[in-house]
Design a binder for this molecule. Structure first.
Ligand code: COA
Length: 370
């Protein structure tokens, strides 16, 4: 259509809507509903932050109690979901298992309100995540404990034991940092689906699909595999040099918004330091991360992102690598719901245009003559 606005590839630097959910800034800032991320990570719990992101205000203690109770009571999974997860080939990626399981849940859901569906999806996501590796492998399902919070349950279901205070504190902080990030690729995907009027299940399933990619949520898994392959901090320079020479991206570095530093990566680096000190193990891993960070800055002026420093934390907590992105999803799902709701309120189909650059005027040639 002549006169249409042409925007940069990847919608880089393009503002497409107003949002009251979160704002990341090129100055290295991140705000959820008006609260600085540092303020929240220092003071708030995961469920409290989830309430804030979803319902636009910090909860009173009564509201938080009700919300936590809802999350616990909605976490139970129908046996049919476990059966489907068991039937998936064991070499499938847990993100694919999660996506499939969510589709089954959609057909079992009897909630009448969108809010009911949203809380149900968010409450069940950690249970799906924790079972996404073990059920296809033929192991017995793990279920959440009544007395644990959402992040405590997720970690406990994955590791098979209740986390220590430090482990839970660290894991919960990382989960808070993962919860929301304005118009990241998966949240934008959720909004596109929401704009068609589809239900939250459809939108979250699409969000999961977008999150899986290594340029987005899948980066934490790839970053960890890279760290394990490198092993030795002394190899950081040679590794970065060869990546630069071959014009290869180093996963776990770079961000569309943060060009100087990712505040979440800085915070996670501190958590990692504390974990290594308390555990008395992982020093080499810390030094390797630090060395890569320095080399990437010297050679490319590209800072590490959240995924880069979340990965070694998950590793030290004993979490299997394929579950890193499902954990991300278990947190980001609250952000997705907030975006779903905002988009529904906007009542506008997202439907951009493409400039057609293909051929025209071609004449049909019958099959046998081609
Ligand atoms: N390693 C090496 N070079 C990188 C890089 C990385 N991780 N990230 C960006 N660059 C380089 C690009 O090669 C490009 O260089 P060029 O201009 O010489 O071609 C330039 O920086 C701009 O990169 P581009 O991918 O166009 O920027 P973007 O804003 O679209 O990228 C990401 C954002 C996140 C997609 C990108 O930084 C990336 O792919 N990072 C690795 C994946 C990752 O960790 N994702 C998680 C994000 S939280």
């Amino acid at each position: 259509m002549p006169g249409n606005l042409r925007v940069p590839a990847g919608l880089d630097g393009v503002t497409i809507t107003d949002s009251k959910i979160a704002k990341s800034g090129s100055d290295g800032s991140l705000v959820y509903r008006g609260y600085d991320i540092d303020e929240l990570a220092r003071n708030a719990g995961f469920e409290e932050t989830a309430f804030l992101v979803l319902y636009e205000k910090l909860p009173t203690s009564a509201e938080l109690g009700t919300f936590s109770t809802r999350l616990r009571s909605e976490a139970a999974l129908d046996r049919k979901v476990f059966d489907v997860m068991r039937s998936i080939p064991s070499d499938s990626h847990p993100m694919d298992v999660l996506r499939t399981a969510l589709s089954i849940l959609a057909s079992l859901d009897r909630h009448e309100s969108t809010d009911g569906m949203e809380v149900s999806i968010a409450a069940k996501m950690p249970v799906l995540a924790a079972n996404s590796l073990r059920l296809p492998e033929g192991l017995e399902p793990v279920r959440p404990a009544e007395h644990l919070s959402l992040p405590a349950n997720l970690l406990a279901m994955i590791t098979g034991r209740e986390p220590t205070k430090l482990e839970l504190w660290t894991f919960e902080r990382v989960m808070i940092l993962y919860m929301e990030h304005d118009l990241n690729a998966s949240s934008f995907t959720v909004r596109v689906v929401a704009s068609t009027g589809a239900d939250p299940y459809a939108a979250v399933t699409a969000g999961l699909a977008a999150l899986k990619g290594p340029l987005h949520g899948g980066a934490n898994e790839v970053a960890m595999r890279m760290l394990l392959e490198l092993k030795d901090p002394s190899r950081a320079r040679e590794f970065v040099e060869s990546a630069v020479k071959e014009r290869r991206k180093v996963i776990g570095f770079g961000h569309r918004v943060y060009k100087e530093f990712d505040p979440r990566a800085r915070m996670c680096k501190e958590y990692l330091r504390r974990l290594v000190d308390e555990y008395g193990k992982g020093e080499n891993l810390y030094l390797l991360c630090d060395a890569l960070e320095k080399e990437m800055w010297v050679r490319k002026r590209i800072p590490p992102n959240l995924d880069f420093y979340a990965a070694p934390i998950f590793y030290l907590l004993g979490i299997p690598i394929p579950l890193y992105t499902p954990i991300f999803a278990s947190s980001r799902v609250f952000g997705w719901m907030a975006h779903y709701n905002e988009q529904i309120e906007e009542k506008k189909l997202i439907r951009p245009d493409a400039a057609y650059v293909g051929p025209s005027g071609l004449k049909y040639v019958p099959l046998g003559l081609r």
